[in-house]
Design a protein around this ligand. Sequence first.
Ligand code: 4AZ
Length: 450
Amino acid sequence: MPHSVLWSSGRYISQTKDPLPDLSLVLKVQILTQMDSGGRNVKPWKIAVIIVSVIIGLALIIGLISYFLCHYQDRYYNATFLITNVPYDPQYGRQTTEEFRYLSQEIETTMSKVFKGSFLSRKYIRSHVVALSPDPGGVLVSVALVFKFASADSKATSWSHVNSVLRRRLETSSTFLNVDQSTIKLTELNKENGDNLINNFCGIRKEAFSFSGVERITDGQRARDGEWPWQASIQLDGTHYCGASVISNTWLVTAAHCFKAGREPRRWTASFGILLRPPKQRKYVRRIIIHEKYNGLVPDHEYDIALVELASSIEFTSDVHSVCLPEASYILRDNTSCFVTGWGALRNDGPSVNQLRQAEVKIISTAVCNRPQVYAGVITPGMLCAGYLEGRVDACQGDSGGPLVKANSRGIWYLVGIVSWGDECGKADKPGVYTRVTSYRDWIASKTGI
Ligand code: 4AZ
């Protein structure tokens, strides 16, 4: 230990024992070097400046290291390849057909096996078949792949890892699909294109949400951001009045009876996002199309469907985008589990809530729903019943016009019903009654082209 000088109570003192026992070695070296070289004292403020700069420097280094090691970002890829053992079927041309769903699910399951069984298993998020196109050699597949890579992973390395796993494992991971190896192509999409690609597909949620319990929309489960991105609120003179579903960036579908209170588009606005206040987006209404055959006479609830055209386009994000519409021929089986969502009342005639709620309900057959003690024959083919005969779980006032949705086996959500009516809320033998969307599928297409 060198002979050093320390400032103490206004005097210089000399000492030979360690003068800076509590400081880190780095600091001691810096301070002692300065003291030694100058042979004079170091002012306390200088020591403070040195300490502070060393701390800031260390914090910056630690921050940068942890940012690159622990900060993740989504990276999107588009993979294309040829399947040689499946002949092209014209039904593959439309995303909503059973044929498209079946083959896409097979491909998505294979993708999951390819990456989950590799060293990229923790980085793989999901795959989504974008298109199935005709090819003389079979079916040409285009699939979007989403990964979560650390920011420190270079783009080139990430791409080559995904590419090599895909080439190595695609052939062996499917027992059903024959993939022509020579046709595999992988391109990275930038974030904007990747986000657009995923958000422009109907019925997709940004992550898999788990749901437990069957509770009433009321004191039941609150929805989380991005859980039901197609849910809209339609508001009369600025107040929530009904629910609605986003079916494209300019069209919403809702119930006709919502417009009994007024049909002038300029009195209506639509808001998006799980909170009514503040919403994620808000739009003016350009046009309201009520089903021509809806007459609004109680108790006639037939043709309870309307379309709302927005004055400007919604900006699709992971929190706000469209739900899929089922084909007119789609058959909804009894006892299927569906979800109804809305800002409606917690009890019959109660007020609306600010945060969106959800409830799981089951499809009840029209035969059961038309029983004398239930709705005694008033349920028509254009309606469907959902809920529980024992009551409790149900939609309520203010949920009207909102979505009843069901996920298919690919995890893509379809609008199967529109909250329409019921005898109060949650009563035994009085389940919720919904407009059956498949019955109006062609009507929706005729008005919107969707
Ligand atoms: C309504 O008045 C209403 N329990 C909506 C749904 C149900 C009942 C009433 C279903 O808007």
